[in-house]
Design a protein around this ligand. Structure first.
Ligand SMILES: Cc1ncc(C[n+]2csc(CCOP(=O)(O)OP(=O)(O)O)c2C)c(N)n1
Length: 379
């Protein structure tokens, strides 16, 4: 049977909308209107944080390969998340995810916390309170209801001068927690900015198997707020859209939603984690295509072409970053963590099964020394 008139009013777009972009793949400005309003020093500072993030990332992978650290999820290629944190005010809150640790470093977190975290040492979770930054969650999307809850708490406490920005991957959008958080934020009108780092894969599952929507950004409509689709490997575009989303979160104009869903469309240039071999599910050609969009190279070209960065300052930043990473690794390695704590800190009292596991590990350590627990695990 065919109906006499069309009753479906909402139709899925066939094509993704245009991506918001300030820099093209070569680092040339393509949209002057959206160029961030930053000082020369601030532009270079953002670049410094991105370089620091990559250096921490590379060292993290190297330490894991040497058996000096556990599994880590590399953020190689995703360093433009530094730009979301760079747009935050001190009183705002960052609710990060494991791959977006660049945003945490940009918030002022000492890189030693990242190494402690990857080494499985507990202080890696005990972040300085004044950074208004939650610790890294491992379960996918569980931090999103926390972000919405923080937004609601700020309303109850009449703290309407702050926003709550959360990062998550495309895979997270298939979790109930994602829908619950965005639904909650839209219906309670909380000051939230949700940032999906859509790197197009959840481990080996491609984005086509994650959603039938043309974009993640368009999902915002269903929760009653606005979405924006941005080139996630263009740090200047990411900064501009985040700044705007934060303004709306704190004081939306008539007709604007307080919440935003930002989709950073990008690519992870490394593996899912140090346990992953992406060549099993991605082609060499695809990787090479996305390597041309490297966010650090693009910002670097922009800074050089606009006389904000020269060879000397580039070398200075590289040396500074290397020294900071050396110190951070040294401090993290020096921190002793008794493996017993992983059994002790689960429940108030160790259950009989945990007690049994603890005794087994103790016996192995007795026999083999600390090699007994240097095993590789994946997530
Ligand atoms: C609730 C839950 N289910 C499954 C996993 C296993 N897991 C770890 S990372 C990951 C993929 C997540 O993909 P995405 O959200 O796109 O983020 P990305 O890793 O690509 O940054 C999965 C399924 C988990 N950590 N938590």
């Amino acid at each position: 049977m065919t109906l006499k008139r069309e009753i479906f009013q909402y139709q899925a777009p066939d094509e993704p909308p245009n991506k918001i972009q300030v820099l093209d793949d070569d680092g040339d400005v393509v949209d002057e209107d959206l160029l961030p309003d930053l000082t020369d020093e601030e532009f270079v500072e953002l670049y410094y944080y991105m370089k620091l993030t990559r250096a921490v990332d590379q060292r993290g992978v190297s330490l894991q390969r040497q058996g000096r650290s556990g599994t880590m999820a590399s953020g190689y290629g995703q360093e433009a998340n530094c730009a979301t944190a760079y747009a935050l005010a001190d009183e705002d809150w960052l609710i990060p995810c494991y791959r977006e640790f660049g945003s945490m470093l940009t918030r002022g977190l000492d890189p030693k916390y990242m190494f402690l975290y990857w080494m499985g040492k507990e202080p890696g979770h005990e972040l300085p309170e004044e950074l208004n930054t939650l610790t890294i969650p491992t379960p996918i999307a569980t931090h999103l209801p926390h972000a919405a809850g923080l937004g609601m708490a700020s309303q109850i406490l009449d703290m309407d001068d702050r926003a709550f920005l959360a990062h998550f991957g495309d895979g997270a959008t298939s979790e109930g927690d994602f829908h619950e958080a965005l639904n909650f934020a839209g219906s309670f009108d909380t000051p939230n900015v949700f940032v999906c780092d859509n790197n197009q894969y959840a481990i080996s599952v491609p984005i086509e198997r994650q959603t039938g929507s043309a974009t993640i950004a368009q999902k915002a409509t269903a929760y009653g707020f606005d979405g924006v689709y941005v080139d996630g490997m263009d740090p200047l575009a990411v900064y501009t859209v985040t700044k705007e989303a934060l303004r709306r979160a704190k004081s939306p104009d008539e007709g604007e939603s307080r919440q935003s869903l930002i989709e950073m469309f990008l690519y992870r240039l490394g593996g899912h984690s140090t346990s992953d071999d992406p060549s099993k599910y991605r082609s060499e050609e695809e990787l090479e295509r996305w390597e041309q969009k490297d966010p650090i190279a693009r910002l670097e070209t922009f800074l050089e072409e606009t006389d904000r960065l020269d060879e000397q300052s580039k070398t200075d930043i590289e040396e500074r970053v290397e020294a900071e990473v050396d110190t951070a690794v040294e401090e993290a390695e020096a921190r002793h963590q008794d493996p017993k704590t992983m059994f002790e800190n689960v429940y108030h009292e160790m259950t009989p099964e945990l007690q049994r596991q603890y005794e087994e590990l103790s016996a192995l350590r007795e026999e083999y020394g600390d090699d007994a627990f240097s095993v590789e695990w994946g997530f």
